[in-house]
Design a protein around this ligand. Structure first.
Ligand code: PLP
Length: 376
């Protein structure tokens, strides 16, 4: 947590729960990535946190945007991003949404199937298209496997066919899974992309870009390699597979840019034991799966938690959210321990919660409103 956030939390005792986002951290992350991979074009994955102040900051820094819907495209345009800065990167698009994006000036689209390519040829004629490759990776804490992409041979056929349909075969995309903790996971997909580039070049198609997706991690409980290690692994893979003729690289960081900038402050609603003999306390917070902490699903993302008593004796806890749904348990198996002196009514801080939190909030389940956000 930054000093700025600490002071914000101290100076105003706001109603919990809420998310506070330090925009300086986002700028710093963006500039770090830009410095480490200076030739890459950065497309912020808007879904990670579409707050207008964040988008405005990124426009100012010269970022581009990976949008997944007309709503996200409009959010980008509303903060004066130009249509040329936007990639419509979701491979699931209704025909009328493609037509609308095209009308708004968006000229870069991803796809991963014959049906989607057909739609693009009809509703976004002449546009640049990137084919998303289905890849197998490990070590991602929030996997994006299986749902997106197509096999290598299909990608080849689709890109070849895209030219016949009057589209511009522009590149290949993949995603190694979100919160990817192993920087070497980009290597094999880059190899496959390089093969596609050369096979298509033999057919007279010169692809321009390789889209490396997101996956760059945030700081949750486990240590992660530094940004330098990721950049180095990616550079090495590109040189190895493309030699001295590398393609234009696109990056689509979401989590990396915004997660560490955010802190959720929450109040302890209740502390209880299930029986007289039970050692374990149940700690119920006013934030849970339905108002911001969806990524605790299957205990995938393990946030760091700060309490007013850090450093004192701890005991094991089950952490749960405030709703009357028993799915609303955050951590039961992950081995969380919290200070024994923690009291009902105390405020705790959940760190690195700037990505994939408030937009996952339900609208009013159990009468609880979506998580409030303050950008500072
Ligand atoms: C969600 C998403 C991203 C962002 O992934 P992170 O792991 O948050 O960086 C990037 N590209 C696409 C196509 C996505 O769907």
């Amino acid at each position: 947590m930054t000093l700025k956030v600490e002071q914000f939390l101290k100076s105003k005792l706001l109603d919990t729960p809420f998310l506070v986002v330090d925009l300086d951290v986002i700028a710093e992350k963006y500039l770090t990535l830009h410095k480490l991979l200076p030739k890459a074009r950065i497309y912020y994955a808007v879904k990670a946190n579409p707050e207008p102040e964040i988008l405005r900051l990124l426009v100012k820094l010269g970022a581009n945007f990976d949008a997944a819907s007309i709503g996200e495209i409009e959010q980008c345009l509303a903060v004066s991003a130009r249509p040329e800065q936007i990639s419509y990167g979701s491979t699931l698009k209704k025909a009328r949404d493609i037509a609308r994006a095209y009308q708004l000036g968006v000229k870069l689209y991803s796809f991963d199937s014959w049906g989607e390519l057909e739609k693009l040829s009809v509703h976004a004629p002449g546009s640049r298209v990137c084919c998303r490759l289905l890849i197998e990776t490990q070590s991602a804490e929030w996997t994006l496997a299986r749902k997106f992409g197509c096999a290598w041979d299909m990608a080849f056929d689709l890109l070849l066919h895209s030219r016949t349909l009057g589209l511009e075969p522009y590149g290949v995309a993949f995603h190694v899974g979100s919160q990817q903790t192993d920087p070497t996971q980009w290597n094999e997909p880059i190899h496959q992309v390089a093969l596609l580039f050369s096979k298509l070049a033999a057919q007279g198609i010169d692809l321009q870009v390789m889209n490396l997706g997101g996956g760059f991690p945030a700081q949750y409980q486990s240590p992660i390699p530094s940004e330098e290690v990721y950049a180095e692994a990616i550079q090495t893979a590109i040189s190895h597979h493309f030699g001295d003729n590398p393609p234009q690289v696109m990056l689509e960081p979401g989590r990396f840019l915004v997660a560490d900038a955010g802190t959720i402050q929450s109040e302890v609603v209740s502390i209880a034991k299930k029986s007289y003999t039970d050692d374990q306390r149940w700690v119920f917070l006013d934030v849970g799966k339905f108002n911001g902490l969806m990524e605790t699903l299957d205990e995938c993302i393990k946030y760091r938690i700060r309490t007013p008593y850090d450093g004192s004796a701890v005991g094991s806890v089950v952490l749960a959210g405030p709703t009357c749904d028993s799915a609303d348990i955050l951590y039961e198996r992950a081995g969380y321990k919290l200070p024994l002196s923690l009291q009902i009514g105390d405020r705790i801080d959940i760190l690195s919660t700037g990505a994939y939190t408030h937009t996952y909030s339900s609208v009013g389940f159990n009468g609880i409103p979506p998580l409030k956000v303050y950008c500072i």
